[in-house]
Design a protein around this ligand. Structure first.
Ligand SMILES: CC(C)(COP(=O)(O)OP(=O)(O)OC[C@H]1O[C@@H](n2cnc3c(N)ncnc32)[C@H](O)[C@@H]1OP(=O)(O)O)[C@@H](O)C(=O)NCCC(=O)NCCS
Length: 283
């Protein structure tokens, strides 16, 4: 194995424009004009119109109402305002509207930005924008948060994120029952972390339960962590594994259902004692 720290890149030619653009968004988020949810909806709309339909930046309202424009164009324009779209959590009766409506415009901006030319795989601008948004979506967002493209949340407002957390592309963070991520947690591409589950008898019978990943946990590619699982400090869930029960600190779990296959060599002694049965998660 080779130790490969990340490289520092020289800023791109448009770095100063990116700085000013992000500063403008940060300033608007910090100083909302009037009602917070309404102002965030406007910010979301104005930002997306500029990125996607700049020719309508000055006359969005009249363009949406303009019968001479193709219906699809009017509908696409209207969808840039989060008040004109629905997100899945809005259908759930356990979604707290008082908490969700102020974060909805920020989630919509996040998801929509990821599908633009500026967003998508553009790492530097993307991480900085998502960091600004996460600070106002999550219950808590620590320093140095990094999210790559196409990360999805359920409610967003039930995320508790400590410092130096990295979430890679296409990760699903279902925070319906709450997700708590400790310092330095890393969630790899296409992983899924759940915090709600359904009764096997009646799908409408939903259990929300907090899922916790302690400090230093790594959930690797395509792995799934089910609702209520507690992954202990420095625990690791291997590629494509499904963690159905708690993961012991410093242990490496693989497979379906995930089982411990080794203890990290840096584990303190109490973590190296193997148990015959794993702790079952509450349902
Ligand atoms: C979890 C992981 C790191 C384990 O690696 P490891 O400690 O070197 O484990 P080994 O390769 O020695 O495997 C131990 C056993 O588990 C099995 N195994 C390893 N990873 C597995 C996986 N993801 N799914 C199923 N079985 C797995 C091995 O086949 C081996 O079984 P055996 O003893 O019957 O031969 C690795 O499998 C993995 O998932 N890597 C993902 C890539 C990665 O490093 N991601 C980090 C990004 S943050």
């Amino acid at each position: 194995m080779t130790f490969l720290p990340l490289r520092s890149l020289t800023p791109t030619g448009s770095a100063n424009i990116a700085d000013a653009w992000l500063e403008r968004i940060a300033d608007r988020l910090a100083n909302p004009r009037g009602d917070v949810a309404a102002d965030r909806a406007l910010l979301c709309r104005e930002t997306l119109v500029e990125l996607c339909y700049p020719e309508y930046a000055a006359n969005w309202d009249t363009a949406v109402a303009d019968g001479a424009l193709p219906m699809g164009t009017r509908l696409a324009l209207s969808a840039l305002d989060p008040r004109n779209i629905t997100l899945e959590p809005e259908f759930y009766s356990d979604c707290d509207d008082a908490r969700f409506q102020p974060v909805k415009p920020l989630l919509w901006l996040w998801y929509s930005f990821d599908r633009t030319v500026l967003g998508g795989q553009n790492v530097t601008v993307g991480i900085r924008l998502r960091r600004l948004l996460a600070a106002r979506i999550f219950k808590h967002c620590g320093s140095n948060f990094k999210a790559f493209q196409h990360v999805e949340f359920s409610f967003g407002y039930n995320m508790e994120v400590a410092d130096d957390v990295v979430i890679h592309r296409h990760v699903l963070l279902d925070d319906r029952g709450g997700i708590r991520l400790g310092n330095g947690v890393s969630v790899s591409d296409y992983a899924n972390i759940y915090s709600h589950t359904h009764s096997i008898v009646d799908q409408r019978d939903v259990t929300n339960v907090l899922t916790v990943l302690e400090d230093g946990v790594r959930i690797t590619y395509h792995a799934t962590v089910l609702a209520g699982v507690h992954v202990g400090e420095q625990g690791m869930v291997g590629a494509s594994a499904v963690a159905t029960k708690d993961v012991r600190p410093y242990h490496v779990y693989v497979g379906i259902p995930a089982k411990s296959v080794r203890v990290k060599p840096n584990a303190p002694e109490p973590c190296t004692i193997l148990r015959t049965s794993e702790h079952r998660i509450p349902r």
